[in-house]
Ligand binder design. Structure first.
Ligand SMILES: CC(C)(COP(=O)(O)OP(=O)(O)OC[C@H]1O[C@@H](n2cnc3c(N)ncnc32)[C@H](O)[C@@H]1OP(=O)(O)O)[C@@H](O)C(=O)NCCC(=O)NCCS
Length: 338
């Protein structure tokens, strides 16, 4: 049975069951990834940016007389933002290939259609059953990135300390746990806006104006995800010349996520990219002693960034793809008119 589900008032047994399903999915599809923890999972599933909505459903097996209650074998949620619905689907490995994934997408797609949205996007991890699944539903591949993972136990820390100081004269670096200080928010947003043209996929939009940036930092905190930032400041103008963002999620605090790294065009060629990333890793080592890995996603065409990441010790892991589909076509495919 598939039913709409609100994580805000779900029972703790349901949250625990969903965590069990998520970890079974990870063990089957991405066995090198750390299992998730329950810490802030409810908030992770409920909290969204202002103006966005997430609608969720769960699949619950018909309770056998001796079965534990609240066993959730599948989950789907769709985040409605801008003109697109971003989909996430999970089916417990023990319940796969019975049509449950397709049913979850059918229910979510119908709602996205009823809400008047035109397209649905989804992140699909290369080398997992999700590729054949979404292709069977008519989704097409729009964009491919490579995920790379850095093992902090394999890092050459003295070399890294040297990289962190290798920034040109006239710049200094600042470490900002929790987010950029309020007096730098505007300069920070300007630096992010400058690379707005860069095609970095649609499903992870960045925030380019101060108000949206504040809202996005606040949302991260509410979801149990702790942002860390290293800034390169141009001393003469006080401008943010470069920035790098890492988030440590309460749900998997041993593996952090690298978000944006930006060096503003006029400030390229001074070693800022390498220095801010190296400084970040040095700071995280003491700020987050549990941390053992950092993962990052890069466009395959971004050779400069890939080169710096390789120098830092990142190893390519998997393809990470964005797929999309026209909602009308999907609804028609899954729910043909009789
Ligand atoms: C992708 C996923 C949702 C599919 O769920 P499912 O319930 O097994 O899918 P369905 O049974 O509805 O399959 C529908 C169709 O998709 C295709 N398909 C699904 N799994 C497939 C596989 N392993 N190989 C080939 N085709 C597959 C088939 O065409 C299938 O139809 P068929 O069984 O009649 O041949 C499920 O594997 C899953 O949860 N994966 C993890 C997704 C994820 O987000 N992971 C993130 C962390 S890794």
């Amino acid at each position: 049975m598939v039913r709409e589900w609100d994580p805000r008032n779900a029972s703790s047994d349901e949250i625990a069951s969903l965590l069990g399903t998520l970890n079974a999915v990870l063990a089957a599809d991405l066995p090198q990834d750390p299992p998730w923890r329950e810490s802030s999972l409810r908030e992770y599933l409920s909290e969204v940016m202002p103006g966005e909505r997430r609608i969720s459903w769960v699949a619950q097996a018909e309770p056998a007389p001796d079965a534990a209650p609240d066993v959730l074998s599948g989950h789907v949620n769709v985040l409605l933002l801008g003109g697109i619905g971003v989909l996430e689907v999970l089916v417990h490995p023990a319940a796969r290939r019975t049509g449950l994934g397709r049913e979850l997408v059918r229910v979510a797609a119908r709602r996205v259609w009823d809400e008047g949205f035109q397209s649905i996007g989804v992140e699909v991890v290369g080398g997992t059953p999700a590729v054949a699944f979404y292709e069977s539903l008519g989704f097409t591949r729009e964009y491919v990135e490579t995920r790379s993972v850095l093992d902090l136990n394999a890092v050459d820390w003295p070399a890294l300390a040297e990289m962190a100081t290798g920034v040109g004269a006239g710049y200094h670096l600042e470490f900002c746990p929790g987010g950029p200080p309020d007096d730098l928010i505007e300069a920070y947003a300007r630096a992010k806006a400058e690379v707005r043209d860069v095609d970095d996929g649609e499903l992870r939009p960045s925030s380019y104006d101060p108000e949206r940036l504040r809202a996005s930092l606040d949302t991260l905190h509410r979801r149990g995800m702790k942002p860390y930032i290293v800034l390169a400041l141009h001393e003469q103008t006080g401008e943010v010349a470069g920035l790098t963002e890492v988030v440590v999620p309460a749900q998997h605090p041993t593996r952090a996520d690298q978000y944006d790294t930006i060096v503003v065009r006029d400030h390229r060629g001074y070693g800022i990219d390498r220095a801010i990333k190296a400084r970040m890793l040095l700071e995280l080592r003491s700020a987050e002693p549990e941390l053992v890995e950092v993962q990052t996603w890069n466009a395959q065409a971004n050779e400069a960034m890939l080169k710096v990441n390789a120098e830092l010790g990142y190893r390519p892991d998997r393809e990470w793809c964005e797929y999309s589909v026209d909602v009308a076509e999907l609804v028609h495919h899954l729910d043909p008119p009789r």
